[in-house]
Design a protein around this ligand. Structure first.
Ligand code: BJ8
Length: 425
C-alpha cells in the first residue's frame, strides 16, 4: 500500500506504526497463501487488487462518499439486514474480526476464555488499526451469543456510536415477532442517521442490490460442484470475505465475470486440482479476513474445499429476499422472513443447520465434512456434537477441529487433517 494514504489513516486516528505492521503481516500472509496457489482463475486479479487496497482505496471511497452525505454502517453479523442500509443510501461494511491484535490490551478487558473473533474486534479497536470501525457512523452489535452480547456492553464504552440489535434465540412465532420489531426499530435508527424516510421503492432498490450480490455468489457455488473444482476453496472464501467490504455493484460484476471464466474451465475440464481430489465441505464458525488458517491447511494437505457452511459462505448468502411486495410492510416482512431462516448456532434447537450441512455434502459432491469451531465459542463448539452425530448417522465422514487464530497448532492440525483426507481417498 502506498504512502499516499498515510494522511487519511492519521486523520482516522490510526496508530500508523501498528497499522504498518499489520499490513505487512497481512501482505506476507496473502502472498504465501493466495499468490502461491497454482492455476488461479485470471478473474482473481480483481480480488488481489481489492485485498491490496482494502485499507486504502476502499476506505478513500467510503470517506469520499461520507463527504457527499453517504453514511457508513459497520456490522459483525449477517443478521444486520443490508437491504435496509442500502435502501437508505448508506453503505454496510463488515468489521475486522479475523486476526489477533493488541492481545495484551484485550486481555486486560476480556476474559481469556473469550473466542478469538470477539477478541479480534476489540484488538483492532484498541490497537487503532481498523479504518472501517473508525470510518463508521454507526456500529451495529447484536445480541447473539453471550460473548458478543456481554462484550458489546464494554465496546459501548470504547466507541461513541454503538447500536445494539436484539435477536431471537428460537425459531418460534414469538422469535419471528421479535426479529420483525427489531428490524423496524433498526429501520428507524438508519432513517434517523441518514435523514431519510425509507419508502417501498427505496426498499425494493435495497433488496435488488443485495439480491444481485447473493445471486452472483449462488452462480459461483453452482460452478464449484464440478469435478475437477474450477476454483480453490481459498479463493472462493476470499470472494465471500470481500462480499462484506466491496461496492456491491462492482462486486457483483466481478463475481459474474469470474463465473464466466469458470464456466469455460469446466467445459475444458480444467481445475485447480486434478479430478478425483478429495472434496471437503467446511462447516462452522464464520471466517473473517484474514482468518485463512484452516482452509490453507486443508488445501495444502491434498484436498479441495467445495463449500462453506458458514456466515462467510452459504449460511450468510443462500436465501434471496422476496421483492414482490408493494408496501413497506410487505417488503419488511420479506426481509424478516429471509433472515429468520439463517440457521446460526445461537438458535435452540437448530435442526435446520444439521439438514443444511448434509444437503451441502450431497449437493457439492463432497467426500467429507470438516467442522471448524473457534475455541470458547459455545454455540458452535457445543453444536458440533450434533453435527458430527447427524453426519455419522448418514455415514458421512466428519472431522471436528477446535482452534483459534494463533499459528501454534498448525503442525498438529495438519497431521489430523492429512490423516482425515487419507481416509477419504
Ligand atoms: S449469524 S455465526 S455472524 S452470530 S465465534 S462471536 S458465535 S462465540 S460469530 Fe455469528 Fe451472526 Fe451467528 Fe453468523 Fe459468538 Fe461463536 Fe465467537 Fe461467533
Amino acid at each position: 500500500m502506498t504512502a499516499s494514504y498515510e494522511l487519511m489513516w492519521k486523520d482516522l486516528g490510526l496508530d500508523l506504526n501498528a497499522h504498518d505492521m499489520l499490513l505487512q503481516v497481512l501482505g506476507n500472509a496473502y502472498r504465501d497463501i493466495f499468490l502461491a496457489q497454482k492455476d488461479r482463475p485470471g478473474g482473481m486479479d480483481y480480488f488481489n487488487f481489492v485485498m491490496g487496497e482494502v485499507h486504502g482505496l476502499r476506505i478513500k471511497e467510503l470517506l469520499d462518499g461520507k463527504k457527499e452525505g453517504k453514511k457508513v454502517i459497520g456490522s459483525f453479523c449477517v443478521f444486520v439486514p443490508e437491504e435496509i442500509v442500502r435502501a437508505a443510501g448508506a453503505t454496510l461494511v463488515g468489521l475486522c474480526t479475523g486476526a489477533d491484535f493488541a492481545t495484551d490490551e484485550v486481555d486486560k478487558i476480556l476474559p481469556r476464555n473469550t473466542c478469538s473473533l470477539i477478541k479480534s474486534a476489540f484488538g483492532f479497536k484498541l490497537g487503532k488499526v481498523c479504518p472501517y470501525i473508525e470510518s463508521a457512523d454507526m456500529i451495529v452489535g447484536e445480541n447473539t451469543c453471550d460473548g458478543k452480547k456481554k462484550s458489546y456492553e464494554i465496546l459501548n464504552t470504547l466507541v461513541p456510536n454503538l447500536y445494539v440489535m436484539d435477536l431471537p434465540q428460537t425459531k418460534s412465532k414469538e422469535g419471528r415477532a421479535l426479529l420483525k420489531a427489531e428490524y423496524f426499530r433498526f429501520k428507524e435508527a438508519v432513517e434517523n442517521l441518514c435523514g431519510v424516510q425509507i419508502d417501498a421503492a427505496m426498499l425494493k432498490k435495497g433488496i435488488a442490490i443485495v439480491n444481485a450480490k447473493r445471486k452472483a455468489i449462488h452462480r459461483l457455488s453452482q460452478l464449484r460442484k464440478a469435478d475437477p473444482a474450477p476454483i480453490s476453496g481459498l479463493d472462493a472464501l476470499l470472494i465471500n470475505q470481500v462480499y462484506f467490504y466491496d461496492d456491491p455493484a462492482r462486486f457483483t460484476g466481478s463475481v459474474n465475470k469470474i463465473c464466466e471464466e469458470l464456466e469455460l474451465r469446466i467445459q475444458d475440464k480444467k481445475g485447480v486440482m486434478p479430478a478425483g481430489t478429495p472434496r471437503i465441505v467446511l462447516s462452522g464458525c464464520p471466517m473473517a479476513v484474514p482468518n485463512w488458517k484452516i482452509p490453507w491447511i486443508i488445501e495444502t494437505s491434498g484436498a479441495v474445499i467445495v463449500g462453506e457452511e458458514s456466515c462467510v459462505g452459504e449460511r450468510g448468502t443462500r436465501n434471496l429476499t422476496d421483492d414482490s411486495g408493494e408496501t413497506v410492510d410487505q417488503l419488511m416482512d420479506a426481509i424478516v422472513e429471509r433472515h429468520f431462516q439463517i440457521d446460526c448456532a445461537i438458535f435452540t434447537p437448530n435442526h435446520d443447520r444439521l439438514e443444511h450441512v448434509k444437503q451441502m455434502y450431497h449437493d457439492y459432491n463432497a467426500n467429507g465434512v470438516i467442522h471448524y469451531g473457534l475455541q470458547f465459542c459455545q454455540p458452535y463448539q457445543i453444536e458440533s456434537y450434533a453435527v458430527e452425530n447427524a453426519l455419522e448417522r448418514d455415514h458421512i465422514p466428519a472431522l471436528r477441529i477446535d482452534t483459534d487464530y494463533s499459528m501454534e497448532d498448525v503442525e498438529q492440525l495438519k497431521t489430523r487433517v492429512e490423516a482425515f483426507i487419507e481416509r477419504l481417498k
